[in-house]
Design a protein around this ligand. Structure first.
Ligand SMILES: *Cc1c(COP(=O)(O)O)cnc(C)c1O
Length: 376
């Protein structure tokens, strides 16, 4: 049986968690959290990284920092995970969905401008599969209309756009370290801040509205309640798990990219014959092997394929049900323009097993089963 996902584990996690326990510092912002944040800052060039309890929470924090309020409009794709929208809906904003590009499944940058109104406050590009959106165009629009750009880089760690790390290009970037992501801490994430002017407020909101971070740096004598806030900091034990992964980030990424290439090469003959469509990596984008997906002819064929694979012990999955078609999406959002690709492409797409410990032989087996299904 080949699982769809196995959480990444490098071998050092237990030792680091033991150290965290022995440090007698298992709450947030302990030594491992600091190490992880410094690593992320160094790797991405962000002015600040703040580990959070999830990417969802990092996005909520970004929405608070951008002062998103009732009546504001936020532009994003409908083809994404619910968290992308939830963070803004919680603030009372309306979500405006824009169609995707069929080649990358990312928001179509050329359809964004038409969706901008006087109420628009932010654009939220989602870097699907760790492949960047067209950030030059998105940043240009943000500048022209004075909008925030909040990158949903949940899948984007170790990936880049024209040499810039995903998550570090917009005003705020959000990583996920959920167990399904390339690098993990079980549940967790990080907020990346580009402009240092937001750091103090971010630390305050993340720490229940207090200036506790400043207090621990010795900059003030007492800490107190200074603004609204929440609790978005993870335990240092979780950060200890993540630290073992960050140390191995390049190795983990290289293995995933090798498996990704293997899938692509082995399935290319099916693409050449028009049976499957394979992912496209635009020029200037360096991806991270987060996901290997392909597209079948239609929903019916995809359903049959996934059933066949499951019967053969291969767990392949599909996602996402476009948000604008979901009950909450109808309530809190609106699709701007024509849904030319979002629904159609989402119904054809399937994801093949992809994780750090997936072997070359596993990939061979999966490919063989896909070929059997198509009688090639
Ligand atoms: C995984 C994911 C999230 C949510 O991440 P959590 O850390 O589980 O909150 C958000 N957006 C996208 C695109 C994701 O893939």
């Amino acid at each position: 049986m080949i699982n769809f996902n196995v959480p990444p584990y490098t071998g050092k996690e237990i030792e680091y968690i033991r150290q965290a326990v022995e440090n007698q510092k298992i709450c947030g912002d302990g030594p491992f959290t600091k190490k992880c944040d410094a690593w992320i800052e160094e790797k991405t060039g962000a002015a600040k990284s703040l580990l959070t309890t999830s990417c969802t929470h990092a996005t909520e924090l970004a929405a608070l920092l951008a002062d998103i309020k009732e009546g504001d409009e936020i532009i994003m794709p409908s083809y994404t995970f619910v968290s992308t929208a939830d963070a803004f809906v919680l603030r009372g904003a309306k979500v405006v969905f824009v169609d995707i590009r069929p080649d990358t499944m990312n928001i179509d940058e050329n359809l964004i401008e038409d969706a901008i109104t006087e109420r628009t406050k932010a654009i939220v590009p989602v870097h699907y599969a760790g492949v960047s959106c067209e950030m030059d165009k998105i940043m240009e629009l943000a500048k022209k209309y004075n909008l925030y750009v909040i990158e949903d880089a949940a899948q984007g760690i170790m990936a880049s756009y024209k040499g810039q790390a995903l998550g570090s290009i917009g005003d705020f970037g959000c990583f996920s370290f959920h167990e399904t992501k390339n690098l993990s801490m079980g549940e967790g994430g990080a907020l990346l801040i580009k402009d240092a002017k937001y750091i103090e407020q971010a630390e305050i909101i993340r720490e229940k509205g207090t200036n506790r971070a400043k207090f621990f740096r010795g900059q003030i004598d007492k800490y107190t309640w200074v603004n609204y806030g929440s609790s978005y900091l993870p335990s240092d034990m979780n950060a200890a798990y993540l630290w073992a992964q960050l140390e191995m980030a390049q190795e983990i990424t290289d293995v995933r990219l090798a498996r990704w290439e293997q899938y692509r090469e082995a399935l290319q003959p099916l693409a050449d014959r028009g049976i499957l469509e394979l992912p496209v990596i635009p020029e200037g984008c360096v991806h991270n092997g987060h996901m290997f997906y392909a597209k079948a002819k239609d929903l019916e064929e995809r359903t049959e394929l996934l059933d066949f694979l499951k019967a053969e012990g291969v767990y392949s999955v599909f996602h996402y049900i476009p948000l604008h078609t979901a009950p909450a999406g109808k309530k809190f959002g609106v699709f701007h323009g024509e849904d030319k690709y979002t629904t159609k492409e989402s119904e054809r797409l399937f994801r093949l097993p992809m994780y750090y410990t997936l072997t070359e032989a596993d990939v061979d087996y999966v490919v063989q089963k896909v070929k059997e299904f198509y009688h090639v």
